[in-house]
Structure formats: structure tokens, C-alpha cells
Design a protein around this ligand. Structure first.
Ligand code: NAP
Ligand code: F7E
Length: 339
């Protein structure tokens, strides 16, 4: 029998990759799209699937809308990927972020409980819940210490998913996913900002890439690998929570170097703190500088995940190394600029 799934946030990076994966597996795919003046389905179009999914008007912040959509669209699996996903914006919009990323989750869970209690549910939890890390590497049992309104709201979403699983026996699972990137990543996130900025420079632009705190490290994987993990979680007999990560953490400077190398640029970092910069060795041209506008009020310094539970229970591991990822993103941006 054909399986069906609903993906909130289907127009986002992960939503597009997950929709593609589920279509390849023969699912009928529904997606939630919030009302905006200029509907954006460019990621679905980039993957060649824009006309293969059924879109529904869906907003995490509107209970009546959620009730109607969930009641009228019975599916086997429900993936909640929608969120205000930019950590930096969560200090500017803390209440909106709390409502969408926290309350939005319980709105969905409670509607599923009422109308379709047997639908399997996936919640997009995040390594940002570990924040000021209490253990290295971080795993499913590591205590949370979120450092942003985004992380705090996601912690609520995580706990309420556990609570509905334990209270009502729902098949509700959370994936605690570390950063995952791709050529479809939003342009304000640091990896894409780097690859797009360097690609423009490689194409002859005089722009200087301005970044914030260069002292942070992230465990960066490829989004295409991570959506496979989401699907695997909902195929298990029992619901549970899983960390998905590569187990390798990389400083931002290294990511910049990997992307630059892929574009035939060799960079040298010099200076310290706010005066740090990177120049291109061959030309001596300044490529990158630090801009305090991109610093955050509180920072998450060292994220590195232990995905051994996902490996042993789901048979999942991250396939793409960060160097390949940086090169792939830089090349994709470089190629797109030619068009
Ligand atoms: P993304 O590209 O920013 O996509 C987010 C999606 O949510 C977009 O489709 C967006 O719609 C939608 N959305 C935002 N606010 C909404 C609202 N109020 N109602 C309905 N839809 C709304 O994010 P992503 O990288 O794919 O991440 C997917 C999920 O995983 C998010 O929940 C994120 O917090 C979480 N996560 C991501 C990572 C990562 O590294 N990528 C790691 C851990 C967890 P528009 O297209 O209209 O903006
Ligand atoms: O920042 C530093 C910044 O915005 C990474 C989301 O998908 O992953 C993502 O959140 C780091 C931060 O991602 C700039 O301070 C320096 O420490 O790319 P980001 P994020 O905050 O890690 C988690 C797991 C999610 O759940 C989120 O949804 O890079 N950084 N300079 C910068 N960051 C940005 N954006 N821009 C800069 O110029």
C-alpha cells in the first residue's frame, strides 16, 4: 500500500531533501507552506519535485489552521521540520520563536492525538539544546544548557514530544541533529555565507566577506545524509530519540580554507580578535574580515556529537566529510553565478 507523509517546512532545506527521499521511496507527500506574498518553492524546483508534492497552507502559530489541515489530511508519518530556524534572529524575535518552535510542536501533537493518534511523528530537535556543553562529545543523555531563545524553545519542543510519547503512547521521536548543510542552505547561515561570498570573489567581485565570531567550532554534516536518519527513526517499531552527527568538529577558519581551496584560493589568516582577517596568498588581497555586528549575545562554542546510538540502532552514519561538503557548496555557488 502507498505510504503517505506530511512535512511541515517543506520549502526549507531539510524539507526539500526529505520530500525527495520520500518520493523516491514511493510515498505520497504533503507539505505545509506558510502564507507569504511571494510563495517560494525554489528548493523543491531545484530538486525537480515541485509538481510532485501536494502543498497545504500551514502556519505553526495558528491553531485553527493546524486543526483543519491535520484533521483533513490523514497520513502515516508526520515530520515537523518547520521552525524559525535562525539562531541569531531568535534574540530579535524571542516570543515569535518560542511560539513557533515550542508551542507549535504541542499544537501539532495535540491535533494528532485527537484525530490520528497512530500517525508516526518526527520532531526536528537540535544540538543547540546542548548549548554550553556539559559533556564532550554530546549524546542523547547529555544534559541540556541552551544558550539562545531558539535553543530554549526547541528544548520545550523536545520535552513535549517525549511527554506525548510517554503520556499517550504515541509513536513520537526526536532527532537531535547537529548542523547539516548543503547547496540549498539558507544564505544567512555561516557555511553558505562563506561559500557564496568566496564564490563571488572567485568570479571577480571586490566584496570582502564579513563574519562574526571565528573562534567557534561546529560538527557539520550533509543535509542529504541527515534526512535519511529522520526517515529511519520513523521506521523503528519503538519511538525514541537519536543524535545525528559526524563526530568531527571543525573551526570556522578551517571551513573557510576548505571552501577557498575548492575555488583555487589559498588564504592566510592574520591578526587577532576584531582585527583578524584573511588575505589571499597569491595576490595579498583582503578576502575576509571580522565584523562585530555578527557576534551573538551568548555563544555555543564547541559542538561535537556522538551518533553511536543511531549507528547501532538505525544503521545510520554521516557519509560526507566536511571538506567534501565545503567544496561541494563552494562549487555549486560558483557554478550558479555563471548562469
Ligand atoms: P530552514 O531551511 O530555515 O526551513 C525552515 C522551514 O520552516 C521553511 O520551510 C520555513 O518556511 C518554515 N517555517 C518557518 N516559520 C514557520 C511558521 N511559523 N509556520 C510554518 N512554517 C514555518 O531550516 P532547515 O535547515 O531545513 O531545518 C529544518 C528543521 O530542523 C528546523 O526545525 C530547524 O530548526 C531544525 N534543525 C536544523 C538543523 C540544521 O543544521 N539545518 C539542525 C538541527 C535542527 P519559509 O520557506 O516560508 O521560510
Ligand atoms: O552559525 C558563527 C555563529 O548561523 C554557526 C541552524 O540550522 O544549526 C544552525 O544554527 C556559528 C555560530 O548556525 C557568522 O556565531 C560567525 O556560532 O550557521 P549558523 P547555528 O547557529 O549553529 C543548529 C544545529 C540549528 O538547529 C539551527 O536551526 O557560526 N558565525 N560568523 C556566524 N554565523 C552566521 N550565521 N553568520 C556569520 O557571519
Amino acid at each position: 500500500m502507498t505510504k503517505s507523509a506530511f512535512i511541515t517546512g517543506i520549502t526549507g532545506q531539510d524539507g526539500a531533501y526529505l520530500a525527495k527521499l520520500l518520493l523516491q521511496k514511493g510515498y505520497r507527500v504533503h507539505g505545509g507552506v506558510r502564507r507569504i506574498s511571494h510563495p517560494e518553492t525554489t528548493r523543491l524546483a531545484a530538486l525537480g519535485i515541485a509538481d510532485q508534492v501536494t502543498l497545504h497552507s500551514f502556519d505553526l502559530n495558528e491553531i485553527n489552521n493546524i486543526v483543519r489541515v491535520i484533521r483533513d489530511t490523514p497520513v502515516d508519518e508526520f515530520y515537523n521540520l518547520a521552525a524559525q530556524s535562525f539562531v541569531g534572529a531568535s534574540w530579535e524575535q524571542p516570543i515569535y520563536t518560542g511560539d513557533a518552535n515550542g508551542m507549535g510542536v504541542v499544537r501539532i501533537l495535540d491535533c494528532l492525538r485527537t484525530y490520528h493518534p497512530n500517525t508516526r511523528f518526527y520532531q526536528a530537535s537540535t544540538s543547540e539544546m546542548f548549548g554550553l556543553v556539559q559533556e564532550v562529545p554530546q549524546r542523547e543523555t547529555t544534559p541540556f544548557y541552551p544558550r539562545s531563545p531558539y535553543g530554549v524553545a526547541k528544548a520545550y519542543g523536545h520535552y513535549i514530544t517525549m511527554n506525548y510519547r510517554e503520556s499517550f503512547g504515541m509513536h513520537a521521536s526526536s532527532g537531535v541533529l547537529f548542523n547539516h548543510e548543503s547547496p540549498l542552505r539558507g544564505k544567512e547561515f555561516v557555511t553558505r555565507k562563506i561559500t557564496l561570498g568566496l564564490a563571488k570573489i572567485a568570479r571577480g567581485s571586490n566584496e570582502v566577506l564579513k563574519l562574526g565570531n571565528l573562534d567557534v567550532q561546529r560538527d557539520w554534516g550533509y543535509a542529504g545524509d541527515y534526512v535519511r536518519g529522520m526517515w529511519l527513526m520513523l521506521q523503528q517499531d519503538q519511538p525514541d530519540d537519536y543524535v545525528l552527527a559526524t563526530g568531527v568538529t571543525t573551526p570556522i577558519r578551517e571551513f573557510v580554507r576548505y571552501a577557498a581551496e575548492a575555488l583555487d584560493m589559498e588564504l592566510e589568516f592574520m591578526g587577532r580578535g576584531l582585527n583578524e582577517m584573511a588575505v589571499e596568498r597569491k595576490t595579498g588581497r583582503r578576502i575576509l574580515e571580522v565584523d562585530p555586528d555578527f557576534f551573538r549575545p551568548a555563544e555555543v562554542d564547541l559542538l561535537i556529537g556522538d551518533a553511536s546510538k543511531a549507528k547501532s540502532s538505525l544503521g545510520w552514519h554521516a557519509k560526507m566529510p566536511v571538506k567534501t561538503l565545503a567544496a561541494m557548496m563552494a562549487q555549486a555557488d560558483f557554478d550558479a553565478l555563471r548562469a
